[in-house]
Design a protein around this ligand. Sequence first.
Ligand code: NAP
Length: 632
Amino acid sequence: MAAIEIDPETGLKVFTTRAGKASDRIAGSGYSVNADAAAKTLPPEPAGAKFNAEEQAKYREFKEARAGAADFMAMDGEFSRYLDDVYSEDPVPRESLDDECDVLVIGAGFAGLMIWHKLQAAGFTNARFCEKGGDVGGTWYWNRYPGIACDVESYSYLPLLEEMEYFPTMRFASGFEILEYCQAMATKFKFYDKCLFHTTVERTEWDDEAQRWTVHTDRGDAMRARFVVLANGLLTSPRLARIDGMETYAGESFHTSRWNYDVDLEGKRVGIIGTGATAVQCVPELAKVVGELFVFQRTPSSIDIRDQKATTPEQIEAWKSEPGWARARRKRFSRISAGRAAIQANEDYLDGKIDHFRERKEHGAKLSPKELVQRQLDSNFRIMEQIRARVDSAVEDPEVAASLKPFYPYGCKRPAFHDEYLPTFNLDHVHLVDTAPLGVQRIDESGIVHDGVDYPLDVLIYATGFKWMATSTFNMVVGKGGRTLTEKWQDEGTRTFLGLHSNGFPNLFIVSGPQGGGGSFNFTDALDAHGNYIVWMLETMAEQGAVTVDVEEQVEFDYAEHCKMADIATAPLRDCISYYNGEGQAEPGSLAYYGGGNWHKWRIRAQETLDPYVFGRSATDGAARQGPQQLS
Ligand code: NAP
């Protein structure tokens, strides 16, 4: 079958560009059920404990010691090999495209798949997707490290479960199961026909005269689109720590997001740099295979309870008899998750058996915003005391336990959930190398050198994470007047409306970018809200006869100010060095959104009044002079 054909019924192009699997060795499962009840129980909360001056000083010291230590670099030049797609065969050959479609979506992860489902349902079928990888899945395509699983219960996390008639096998489905689920969604909803795989968008340029975007890719395409949706994730570009001598290392090495299953780890001396959510999941699995494992930690993660469980036949029976069960459950889940997705989940509430997930407390006097934050800091401190006490109860060596204790507010860095990670450090062949506060500083030909000690390694694994919230800038988005989004935000500070629009970039939707709220701890919520919004906007424009949509500068300014204020108001809860806050360097309100339900208030007001929007109604003058134009 040719890679590009024309559907005789619709006249639209049909693609066959999904790449074959590179190797059957790429397989695995998330971690297993831990039967030890003690490992799944947090020590009791220290009742009444306060985040007092002494405790605040400890957090401050912990933070200040690390200030300026985080130094990351992009994977270019000789390090670009770390970005190779190790999961797929070579790209399917195809001709370059210079044709036009209505909606071009960048990304074929959860966001792309969900948006396609919504577009199709609303009749916007002249859509096309560009995906860097060889198959669907996004995060779940790239991240295939041993032990990978979702951190939000899969019954609420996986989209479209009712439509797929699917029941995840575990409470926290393995990443491998999630990838297969994405592939099943793509097949069922005929997504593969719409997607150009192994196609990286390099530049997306607005043509004001034609009122179209031109999308340039690394496959020589220059496709025109009326609308562009950036659905390429918020943790998409892997990053490396910048470490002296790293280019001299002679052993095998890779980044966790390109796990090289051709490298046999059995019995080897393996080093892993980083202890974020990725390392927390893969360290226990690595320990099962390798000869010696060295975990190089700069900052410990908070390791909360996981409590993995297999899905029971009774659960499945109950769901089968409840139409819309997953949507209802996700809605309930979003009310209780608030960051501690695993342990706060009250099963009876999630199952819809009771109406409230906690006892309703009668509040006394209304608290001022400052008092409210202090109260949150105190309860946050008590959670962290439990997390720290858990380290003591799980880790035998007191020195190792001391190193594994985090001193920052819960949720300031990405919380991790695991019941096997901490006990892994009791194994004789697993060694924690505490590199605080500056991290690994030197690599040589044979391995890592730290504090005058040589750690020769057969394999070095970088678990050093990803760039955060750069979705909207990866693809060199060039708006009106030839200015890129990056330039605009550098000049004026990050400014969007709802995170989805940015003035001067008409007909562009940014999914899960800076200032883009609407979700909960469950990322699928935000994608759902953003997808619904985009389809609503396309329908509204069709009704209005609008060809373009932009947002009023003032509204955008006001929204950005709102984000800034929301960020400042809750900043003490995020007083640490984290990728969430640009390693402590980000301007308030420029990255994540901290307004909770307010995002929906702004959205609803905008949808009711249409005040924030500037609709252009003709291809030539942008005013409402010509008749309605519908999307095809
Ligand atoms: P990450 O959270 O950014 O962690 C990077 C790690 O590398 C940090 O521990 C960092 O320490 C460390 N590091 C960097 N330079 C270092 C140096 N020179 N020496 C020693 N350590 C160094 O990345 P990640 O673990 O890949 O996770 C990224 C995100 O992906 C997560 O936060 C999560 O949102 C997502 N994720 C989700 C799941 C899931 O849902 N199941 C699983 C995995 C990942 P510092 O903290 O000191 O900078």
